[in-house]
Design a protein around this ligand. Structure first.
Ligand code: FSX
Ligand code: SF4
Length: 294
C-alpha cells in the first residue's frame, strides 16, 4: 500500500550574489542534493523545486511561466527562497532574471510578486538576509536585504534569515526540514535577526578551541600560528553560528580550525563594519557585545 506523498512547492530566485549559496546547497551531504530534490526529504513529504536558475534544465519564457503558475496554483502554499540581495537602483534594472511579454523582468518585481503569494520566504545567505557584499559602501546598485525590501513594499510575509557567505548546507536543509516537520517556526525559535536559534544561537568565541589562548593572552601574530587569532582580526567574539561545533565540508574542518580568522560572515555588520578581514575588531563592536580583553 502506498502512502500519499505531500508535495511542497518551492521557488528559488537569485539576485545580487555570487551563487555561492546555491553551490553550498548542492554540497549538502546528509541528505545529499539528490535526496533533497528527488526523494522524500522527510517521510511523506517531497520538495518540488519549480524554479532555480542554476539547477533547472529548462530555459526561456516557459520557465518564467512556471513561476507564474506556481504563484497562481499554490497561492499561500509554496516556499520562496531568495538568494542574494535585491537591487533597487535604476528601477531594479541592475538585476534582471528573465523575459516576460518581450521585456526584461527585474529581480525586485519578481520578488515582490512572488513573495506576496508565498507561504513564507527564506532569505538564503547574508546578501539576502542583510544586504551582504553587494550592499557594501557606496552600494551603487541600491542592494538591500529581502526583509527590508518587502517592508518597503508593504508586504507582510514571514521571513526566515539563513545568513552565511555562504550558509552551511545544514542550515538551509535543516531549516527546510524543520518547516516540513513542524510548520513555520514560532518566534521563540528565531533570534531577533530572524535567524533559527538552532544554528545561530551560540557565539563562535564561546565554543572556540583557541579560547584558552585568548583567556591566557596568547595571540598569534600571523595566520596559521599557534594562539588566538583575535589580534589579527578574528571576528569570533561578535559572531553567532555553530561552525565550531558543526564543521564544514562534510565535517572536515572550519575557518579557525584551518588557522584562518572568523570573518563574521553571518552577521549584519558583515562586510562593511567587520572589514578589513585581518584588522582587529573595532572597540565599539567589542563594547556592544560586552567582550572583555586583557
Ligand atoms: Fe551572497 Fe550567495 Fe556570499 Fe555568495 O549567492 S552570501 S556573496 S558566498 O553566495 O548570496
Ligand atoms: Fe577563537 Fe577568534 Fe575568540 Fe580567539 S578571538 S578565541 S580565535 S573565536
Amino acid at each position: 500500500m502506498s502512502t500519499k506523498v505531500v508535495e511542497i512547492p518551492a521557488v528559488w530566485i537569485a539576485g545580487a550574489a555570487c551563487s555561492g549559496c546555491s553551490v553550498s546547497l548542492l554540497n549538502t551531504v546528509s541528505p545529499n542534493i539528490q535526496n533533497v530534490l528527488v526523494d522524500q526529504v522527510i517521510p511523506g513529504k517531497h520538495i518540488s523545486l519549480k524554479f532555480h536558475a542554476t539547477v533547472m534544465a529548462g530555459q526561456g519564457k516557459q520557465t518564467i511561466q512556471v513561476i507564474r503558475d506556481t504563484e497562481k496554483n499554490y497561492k499561500d502554499g509554496f516556499i520562496l527562497c531568495v538568494e542574494g540581495s535585491v537591487s533597487t537602483g535604476a528601477d531594479g534594472n541592475y538585476c534582471t532574471i528573465g523575459m516576460e511579454d518581450g521585456r526584461e523582468l527585474t529581480m525586485q518585481e519578481v520578488v515582490e510578486s512572488t513573495a506576496s503569494k508565498a507561504l513564507a520566504v527564506l532569505a538564503i545567505g547574508s546578501c539576502a538576509s542583510f544586504g551582504g557584499i553587494p550592499s557594501g559602501e557606496p552600494n551603487p546598485t541600491g542592494a538591500i536585504s529581502v526583509q527590508e525590501f518587502l517592508k518597503s513594499r508593504g508586504i507582510d510575509k514571514p521571513v526566515i534569515n539563513i545568513p552565511g557567505c555562504p550558509p552551511h548546507p545544514d542550515w538551509m536543509v535543516g531549516t527546510i526540514a524543520d518547516i516540513l516537520i513542524n510548520g513555520l517556526p514560532s518566534e521563540d525559535k528565531l533570534d531577533e535577526l530572524s535567524r533559527p536559534k538552532a544554528f545561530f544561537g551560540t557565539l563562535i568565541h564561546d565554543n572556540c578551541p583557541r579560547r584558552a589562548y585568548f583567556d591566557a593572552g596568547q595571540f598569534a601574530r600571523h595566520t596559521g600560528e599557534e594562539g588566538c587569532l583575535y589580534e589579527i582580526g578574528c571576528k569570533g567574539p561578535v559572531t553567532y553560528a555553530d561552525c565550531s561545533l558543526r564543521y564544514w565540508n562534510n565535517g572536515i574542518n572550519w575557518c579557525i580550525g584551518a588557522g584562518a580568522q572568523c570573518i563574521g560572515c553571518v552577521e549584519p555588520s558583515f562586510h562593511d563594519d567587520l572589514s578589513p578581514m585581518f584588522k582587529k575588531l573595532d572597540e565599539d563592536l567589542l563594547e556592544r557585545f560586552k567582550i572583555k580583553t586583557r
